[in-house]
Design a protein around this ligand. Structure first.
Ligand SMILES: C[S@@+](CC[C@H](N)C(=O)[O-])C[C@H]1O[C@@H](n2cnc3c(N)ncnc32)[C@H](O)[C@@H]1O
Length: 201
């Protein structure tokens, strides 16, 4: 029987533990997540497509995993998608999808390259994955007018640190909230998520 990972994925972990978790999950991730009706990639992609000035400019899919988020971005019309992730094994899945122009592995402390006016982080920031500070790192990598589309699941939003990051950016005037929608994430485990689109000011 294939090992299941979804129920153990929302535990606090340091970057090495997170990478090991996703390396172990990589070959069965797509099947397990599909079984549970993973809806957030399409929601993020469609929200970003509604707010982006165009669909052809380079987009960074941060925490691209096995590429389900890239496939959803392609389906929404984006044409030039690059992906970065902590887990080399998840990236192998992304390479097989054929949705990305380039893919690379990053360390948790690596700077995020500039030059992208569009960044997505679908299912990436949260308990058991990238820390709340990732919001600031991704916003910081955008130029003024650039867009960050991301999701936070309900587990993650129980920790006020995560909402605190984006609220602080709105209060400081470094970002503007263009879109926020609560909706379906993984109906198989009755988990919902909130999708956001922020504009860097
Ligand atoms: C739930 S998966 C989501 C993958 C993909 N975006 C999707 O929607 O299927 C979370 C991904 O975030 C990556 N990740 C976790 N922490 C990260 C970090 N600090 N920097 C980059 N990627 C990270 C993991 O390796 C994993 O592939």
């Amino acid at each position: 029987m294939t090992k299941k990972f979804l129920t153990s994925t929302y535990k606090r972990a340091d970057p090495d533990q997170t990478r090991a978790h996703y390396d172990d999950w990589a070959t069965s991730y797509d099947a397990e997540i599909a079984e549970n009706g993973y809806a957030t990639p399409a929601r993020v992609a469609e929200a970003l497509a509604r707010h982006a000035p165009g669909l052809c400019g380079p987009l960074l899919d941060f925490g691209c995993g096995t590429g389900l988020s890239g496939v959803a971005l392609r389906a929404a019309g984006f044409t030039t998608i690059d992906g970065a992730d902590l887990s080399a094994d998840m990236l192998k899945g992304a390479a097989e999808k054929g949705a990305y122009r380039k893919l690379w592995q990053i360390e948790a402390t690596d700077p995020v390259p500039g030059g992208y006016d569009l960044i997505t982080a679908t299912g990436v920031i949260g308990i058991g994955a990238a820390p709340s500070s990732t919001f600031d790192v991704l916003l910081g990598a955008l130029s003024s007018g650039g867009l960050l589309a991301m999701s936070l699941n309900d587990h993650t939003r129980t920790d006020p640190e995560f909402d605190g990051r984006w609220r602080a950016a709105l209060d400081a005037g470094t970002a503007r909230l263009l879109f926020q929608e609560y909706g379906v994430h993984l109906p198989g485990i009755d988990l919902k998520s909130t999708v956001y689109v922020f504009e860097k000011t």
